[in-house]
Design a protein around this ligand. Structure first.
Ligand code: AP5
Ligand code: MG
Length: 215
């Protein structure tokens, strides 16, 4: 089963992708995580991506598509993959369709997490991420047992560089103008599953599970 997980910044894509990995043994492929790894490695993708990400803008399409094409070419998943945060523009969606044709796989479900924007700001302001294993927490909604320390591996928790109030405002605006049009694109193709992302993490996942079971 291959899934696209869409939604605005902070909607819970990463959180729900991890649940899908656990339940269905899927492989999470997050464009944001790939860019952050490239930045940490200071490789060619990282140097360019850093500028755009820090300021809350999308990384240019050609660059993003190239990185995702290389990642998908590895075909290193056993039970399928979850695309977390890709595609994010109509151009990326069309390119993904041709990558699927070229590599001989298909997308089985496109899940869109819908969220109230005020809620998103609170989620992004309180998110903390483990430097070592990438587990995410929220200071109010999902706190670690010891503040600043990962429950799973003891790693240090940090705030992402694009979590400043200014960068979050730009990210939400970018979402509205560049990514939200994908909802119409996939709805017209009859393949979008809308999920209410404003519920508890558990209830969001239950709705996702139900929607996948009836397919
Ligand atoms: P990316 O890393 O994908 O960031 P994003 O889309 O902005 O989304 P986030 O990761 O911030 O949020 P999320 O939906 O994963 O929510 P999470 O589960 O963490 O991309 C970063 C940047 O990379 C982009 O801005 C862009 O520059 C670049 N980029 C990436 N892909 C690109 C592409 N395709 N094209 C061009 N550029 C690209 O949850 C958020 C918080 O809320 C957490 O603290 C969590 O614990 C909490 N939470 C989650 N669910 C709930 C819930 N139900 N109730 C309460 N709290 C919750
Ligand atoms: Mg994420």
């Amino acid at each position: 089963m291959n899934i696209i997980l869409m939604g605005p910044p902070g909607a819970g894509k990463g959180t729900q992708a991890k649940n899908l990995v656990k339940k269905y043994g899927l492989t999470q492929i997050s464009s944001g995580d790939l860019f952050r790894a490239a930045i940490a490695e200071e490789n060619s993708y990282g140097v360019i991506a850093n500028y755009f990400i820090k300021h809350g803008h999308l990384v240019p399409d050609d660059f993003t598509i190239q990185m995702m094409r290389e990642r998908l070419a590895k075909k290193d998943w056993e039970n399928g993959f979850i695309l977390d945060g890709f595609p994010r523009t109509i151009i990326q969606a069309r390119e993904l369709e041709s990558i699927c044709r070229e590599f001989g796989f298909q997308i089985d479900a496109i899940i869109n997490l819908e969220c109230d924007f005020e809620n998103l700001k609170k989620r992004l302001a309180g998110r903390r991420t483990c430097k070592q294993c990438g587990t995410t927490y929220h200071v109010l909604f999902n706190p670690s047992k010891v503040a600043g320390v990962c429950d799973k591996c003891g790693g240090e928790l940090y705030q992402r560089t694009d979590e400043s109030e200014e960068a979050v405002a730009i990210r939400l605006n970018t979402y509205l103008h560049q990514t939200r049009p994908l909802i119409g694109y996939y709805t017209a193709k009859g393949s979008l599953i809308n999920i209410n992302g404003d519920q508890s993490m558990e209830d969001v996942f239950e709705d996702i599970e139900k929607s996948l079971e009836v397919r």
